[in-house]
Design a protein around this ligand. Structure first.
Ligand SMILES: [Zn+2]
Length: 310
């Protein structure tokens, strides 16, 4: 473990592009500060709709080769964010995109939604025990917006965090490790509403405008416990989102998914701490996900050791 950077952040996402939309600025920030940023993506996003007409042939109902293409998009996005450690749960194409809730693909063999938690979680346990992150970022129990792969990604992340800490569980996957802090991705309602107001005022080239209900993870402001000022990383986040060209169209401070409905591109990113202790004074939001983690000097990320584990 001696070669690991002092600060280690693990993010668990369902499809390529979710990481850049939700956490692009956070990932760029911590990567630029020398932290280890590890992204685990659970599927290749094979069921995504393709935006550019010239790439329509990749779609699942045509050549069905969107997955491999999105591996390349994700790699390009991670290059923009400066994130070198990105992996697919169980390896590329181990689990397949399940499509939106209610479609036949939900129940296909190999679909992530159709996979037993006990089959999927150990792959993440192995990552947790080798990376030993102080912070994990995942979705809330609804997956942010009810997509089956996002719900499953939440369940796998939380189960894996528990199993990784369990001394009796699969010692072949590494030494037991407890993640000190776990966050869920969030957007404060006031910020989402403000973003859409600005969009309506400014206007965009997109044919329509989404609404607050289309943004994953929106909750009442009181539930937010941490916010990362991503303004210095705006260009990196925007470039990472552009790299997911089959899924995202960017127009200045706004973007659209395949539904072509404009929505705000948030560079300030928000989180709800659900496990571990806040490093901020009572009633204040944290501005650093590592705040209060034992053994870390605030902000400096200097490694002062963390015990003598293997
Ligand atoms: Zn997704």
């Amino acid at each position: 473990m001696t070669d690991l950077p002092a600060r280690r952040l693990l993010l668990v996402h369902a499809h390529p592009d979710d990481e850049s939309i939700n956490n692009g600025a956070t990932m760029a920030k911590y990567a630029s500060e020398g932290a280890l940023v590890t992204l685990v993506t659970c599927t290749l996003g094979e069921e995504g709709e393709v935006i550019p007409a010239e790439l329509a042939h990749l779609a699942p109902d045509q050549e069905d080769c969107l997955g491999p293409h999105r591996i390349g998009e994700l790699a390009a996005a991670m290059k923009e964010l400066g994130v070198a450690d990105h992996r697919f749960l169980g390896g590329p194409a181990r689990f397949r995109d399940s499509g939106m809730m209610g479609v036949g693909q939900n129940h296909r063999d190999g679909a992530f939604w159709n996979t037993d938690l006990d089959e999927a979680a150990p792959y993440l346990v192995e990552v947790i025990r080798s990376v030993r992150p102080q912070v994990m970022v995942a979705y809330d129990p609804d997956g942010g917006y009810g997509h089956p792969d996002h719900i499953q990604a939440h369940q796998v992340a939380m189960r894996a965090a528990d199993l990784a800490a369990e001394p009796a569980f699969r010692r072949d996957l590494g030494e037991p490790y407890t993640i000190p802090k776990i966050y869920w991705n969030r957007v404060p309602r006031s910020v989402a509403e403000e973003g859409f107001a600005r969009l309506r005022e400014t206007g965009t080239d997109f044919p329509g405008i989404a609404d607050v209900g289309d943004v994953p993870g929106v909750v009442d402001d009181e539930l937010i416990t941490a916010e990362i000022d991503g303004e210095p990383y705006r260009e990196q986040k925007t470039a990472a989102m552009r790299a997911h060209a089959t899924q995202i169209a960017v127009d200045g401070p706004f973007f659209a998914l395949s539904n072509n409905l404009g929505q705000p591109l948030f560079v300030r990113e928000y989180y709800q701490l659900v496990r571990g202790d806040s490093g901020a004074p009572d009633g204040e939001r944290e501005t650093d996900l590592f705040a209060g983690v034992d053994g870390l000097v605030d902000g400096a990320g200097t490694d002062v050791g963390e015990g003598a584990h293997s």
